[in-house]
Design a protein around this ligand. Structure first.
Ligand code: 3PG
Ligand code: MG
Length: 399
C-alpha cells in the first residue's frame, strides 16, 4: 500500500470537506436494500474521516441511468439505512453538483455526513468530462476513493476527480488492494486458482493471465466442458463452446509452458434436465452418454481439488464449479468451499475470492466469513484477475 496515500496520511481535517467515492450499487427490491454489504464496507472510511473532523460528502452511482435523472435510481432510499449503520444522521442532497450539493455540505458540522444524489444522473460522469469533474471538485478539499468495485470504470468520480484534488485510498480500497496483492501480486506459493462459471468466452483473458501466475489452475463449471471436449472427451449435450476448442488447447499448451498444472474434472455429475432434485448419474470421463448434460463436478474431482488445496499456501477463487443455484448441483462448489475455509482456519491458508456469482456461492456454502478475504467487487475483481490496470486505482498513484 505504500504506493498510495491513505487516511493515515491525514490528520486534523476540521473545516475541510472530504469527497468520498463509495460504491452503493447494492441490490434493491422495491426501494429496500436487500444486501447492505457495500454500505457496511464504507463505514470504516466514513468513521475515520468524521473522527478527524471532516465534513464527509459521499459520491456514488446506482444502476445505469445513462446520464439523466431517473427517479427510480435515486440514492435517496440509502440515506436512512446508512445513517442507521453509522449511528448518526446522513443528510441527502438532491444533486451531486451545484447549489443543492453546496447547500447540503455547507450546513454540515465537523464529523457530519451528506450523501449526494447519483453521479450518473449527469452525462459527464461516465464520459469522465473534465468540466463535470471540476464541478465535483469545487465541493471539497480532498478526494478519497473507497470504491474498489467501481475502479474498473474511468468515470469522473472514480478517476477524473483524482486530477483535481489531493487523492487518497479509503480503508475498503486499501483492504481490497492488500488482499489482491496477497493472492496474486506476491503470493505465498504454491498458489491454486479455482475458476468456474459457464463460459470460456467470458474468461479468456483471465485464464491467459492466470496460467502465467499460478502453480495450479482448477477449471470448473460449464467452461470445463469446453476443455474436456477440446481434449477429446465426450460431453454429451452439455453446455460447451465447441468453436473455442482451439483456444482451450492453446491455454493448456500455455499452461504447460509456464509450468502451471491444469486440473479439469475427472468425473462429472450428469442429468437429463436441470431442476431441483432431479435424478443424477455420476460419470467418469469417457462414460458421458450422448444425451447426458454435465451440471457439476463429481466426488473424485472434488477429492483431487481438495488434495491440491491441502498443498497450497494460497487459493484464489472466481466462479462456481457447478450449477450451484440448483441443488444437488451445488455439491462440488459447497464441498470445496468448505474444505478451503477449513484449511484457512486450521493451516493458515490464504483464501481470496471475488466476483458476483462467487460471493453468492460462498454465501450459500456458509463460509464467507471464514475466507481470508471476499471482495465486494464483480467486474473490477475480474479485470484485476485478468492483469488489467484499473483506472480508479491508477489515478490514486501520487504523480
Ligand atoms: C458494480 O456493481 O459492479 C459496480 O458498482 C460497477 O457498476 P457498473 O457495472 O454499472 O459500472
Ligand atoms: Mg454491475
Amino acid at each position: 500500500m505504500s504506493a498510495f496515500r491513505t487516511l493515515d496520511d491525514l490528520s486534523d481535517l476540521t473545516g475541510k470537506t472530504a469527497l468520498v467515492r463509495v460504491d452503493f450499487n447494492v441490490p434493491m427490491d422495491g426501494g429496500r436494500i436487500t444486501d447492505d454489504t457495500r454500505l457496511r464496507v464504507a463505514l470504516p472510511t466514513i468513521r475515520d474521516l468524521c473522527a478527524k473532523g471532516a465534513r464527509v460528502a459521499l459520491l456514488a452511482h446506482f444502476d445505469r441511468p445513462k446520464g439523466k435523472p431517473v427517479p427510480a435510481m435515486s440514492l435517496a432510499p440509502m440515506a436512512g439505512p446508512l445513517g442507521d449503520l453509522l449511528g448518526a444522521p446522513v443528510v441527502f442532497a438532491a444533486d451531486c453538483i451545484g447549489a443543492a450539493a453546496e447547500a447540503a455540505i455547507v450546513a454540515l458540522g465537523p464529523g457530519q455526513v451528506a450523501l449526494l444524489e447519483n453521479v450518473r444522473f449527469h452525462a459527464g460522469e461516465e464520459a469522465n468530462a473534465p468540466e463535470f469533474a471540476a464541478s465535483l471538485a469545487l465541493l471539497g478539499d480532498l478526494y478519497v476513493n473507497d470504491a474498489f468495485s467501481a475502479a474498473h470504470r474511468a468515470h469522473a468520480s472514480t478517476e477524473g476527480l483524482a486530477r483535481h484534488l489531493p487523492a487518497y485510498a479509503g480503508r475498503s480500497m486499501q483492504r481490497e488492494l492488500d488482499a489482491l496483492d496477497l493472492a496474486l501480486g506476491a503470493p505465498r506459493r504454491p498458489v491454486v486458482g479455482i475458476v468456474g462459471g459457464s463460459k470460456v468466452s467470458t474468461k479468456l483473458d483471465l485464464l491467459q493471465n492466470l496460467v502465467a501466475k499460478l502453480d495450479t489452475l482448477a477449471i470448473g463449471g460449464g467452461m470445463a466442458n469446453t476443455f474436456l471436449y477440446a481434449m477429446g472427451h465426450s460431453v454429451g449435450e452439455s453446455l460447451c463452446e465447441k468453436d473455442l476448442a482451439d483456444t482451450a488447447r492453446d491455454i493448456i499448451a500455455e499452461a504447460k509452458a509456464k509450468s502451471c498444472e491444469i486440473l479439469l474434472p475427472v468425473d462429472v455429475v450428469c442429468a437429463q434436465t436441470l431442476g431441483p432434485g432431479v435424478a443424477t448419474t455420476n460419470r467418469d470421463l469417457g462414460g458421458v452418454a450422448p444425451t447426458d448434460k454435465i451440471f457439476d463436478a463429481g466426488p473424485k474431482s472434488i477429492a483431487r481439488l481438495n488434495a491440491a488445496i491441502d498443498l497450497a499456501h494460497t487459493v484464489i477463487w472466481n466462479g462456481p464449479l457447478g450449477v450451484f443455484e440448483i441443488s444437488p448441483f451445488d455439491a462440488a462448489t459447497v464441498a470445496v468451499a468448505r474444505h478451503t475455509a477449513e484449511r484457512v482456519k486450521t493451516h493458515g491458508l490464504i483464501a481470496v475470492a471475488g466476483g458476483g456469482d462467487t460471493v453468492a456461492a460462498l454465501h450459500a456454502a456458509g463460509v464467507t466469513d471464514d475466507f481470508s478475504f471476499v471482495s465486494t467487487a464483480g467486474g473490477a475483481f475480474l479485470e484485476w484477475m485478468e492483469g488489467k490496470a484499473l483506472p480508479g486505482v491508477e489515478a490514486l498513484r501520487p504523480r
